[in-house]
Design a protein around this ligand. Structure first.
Ligand code: G3H
Ligand code: 13P
Ligand code: NA
Ligand code: ZN
Length: 328
């Protein structure tokens, strides 16, 4: 059954769990998420980026979601636009059956100037007005994550997004968060605590200096009733890095967000946890293994089925770790 982000995160807050939001671009990723959810009775957030929508096509994507929903009628499913950049993107997502949209008004910002903040408030508020009119939910974002355009990962040691801002400036300001939620009426707020998108987040296991979970705790103290969202929350598991590299990949050693830090966030209002990189890595590490171990193989299903199983296992593990399991 299709549900909104608001419905799902209210339930999660009431019961003290979080929901991983996994990105999809194709059928195999969609099936992997739903199989994992069905295995452990978890509700799901499936999200599509603008890139995913143009990769699969809106018609293909929306019918795929319909098919996933009908195949797993007992799993509550929230379909979410990841990193919407303007009103048109959010409106067309809703028109295609998405029950939730992210209006990422921080995308445009190079730094936290007053003009950037005002732009973010104004456009997010307009998207909230249009989405709430038809019952859809809205996630906003305040703060600067590792930039999507530059693959992220360059800011962990204070060198900033292209060196323009310091580490502290990247983190969400708690006072501004209170004001932003009041002014926009968002259903969920994505905040920056030092993570970035992609595999290359940290060059060592992150400590409290580079992964500032205290910011999450402080914002939760000021906004106890606001659902918080962590982006860039892949853990980039070592066994997946090793498998990828063992079978011909060349991924430099990297560190993601430790699951125990996410679990700490869940105790402080984090209700939606965005994960894309781990799913990609689980699938492509297995592609490489199949390609290396069965060099005569050319049936794509022989690659895609084990890749799908690896993503399913990853998703199931996160449902269990975040307490989502058992809440469908
Ligand atoms: O936030 C970024 C997500 O990982 C989606 O990435 O734009 O390459 O689909 P994408
Ligand atoms: P990762 O790259 O850490 O998986 O983050 C995904 C994300 O935040 C999508 O919005
Ligand atoms: Na999102
Ligand atoms: Zn993101």
């Amino acid at each position: 059954a299709r549900i909104t982000l608001r419905q799902l995160l209210d339930h999660a807050a009431h019961h003290g769990y979080a929901v991983p939001a996994f990105n999809i671009n194709n059928m195999e990723q969609g099936i992997a998420i739903m199989q994992a959810a069905a295995d452990v009775d978890a509700p799901v957030i499936i999200q599509a980026s603008r890139g995913a929508r143009s990769y699969a096509g809106d018609l293909m994507l929306s019918h795929m979601i319909d098919a996933l929903e009908r195949t797993y009628p007992d799993i509550p499913l929230c379909m979410h636009q990841d990193h919407g950049n303007d009103e048109a993107t959010c409106a067309s997502a809703i028109a295609h059956g998405f029950t939730s949209v992210m209006m990422d008004g921080s995308l445009k910002a190079d730094a936290k100037t007053a003009a950037d903040y005002d732009y973010n408030v104004a456009i997010t508020r307009r998207v909230v007005d249009l989405a709430h009119w038809v019952g859809a939910s809205v996630e906003g974002e305040l703060g600067v994550l590792g930039s999507l355009e530059h693959g992220g990962g360059e800011q962990e040691d204070g060198h900033g997004v292209e060196g323009k801002v310091s580490h502290d400036q990247l983190l969400t300001d708690p006072d501004q968060a209170v004001e932003f939620v009041r002014a926009t009426k968002v259903d969920a707020l994505a905040i920056a605590m030092g993570t970035s998108h992609g595999a290359y987040k940290f060059s060592r296991k992150p400590d409290g200096d580079i992964l500032a979970m205290r910011v999450v705790e402080e914002i939760h103290r000021r906004l106890p009733n606001t659902h918080l969202v962590m982006h860039g929350s892949s853990s980039v598991p070592q066994p997946l890095q090793d498998m990828f590299n063992q079978f011909g990949g060349e991924m430099p050693q990297t560190w993601g967000v430790p699951v125990e830090e996410i679990v700490r966030g869940i105790k402080s209002g984090v209700r939606k946890v965005n994960i894309d990189t781990d799913c990609r890595l689980a699938m492509t590490a297995v592609f490489r293994r199949v390609a290396a171990q069965t060099r005569s193989e050319f049936d794509p299903r022989k690659f895609l089925k084990p890749a799908m199983d690896a993503m399913r296992d990853l998703c199931r593990e996160r449902f269990e770790q975040f307490g989502t399991a058992g809440h469908a």
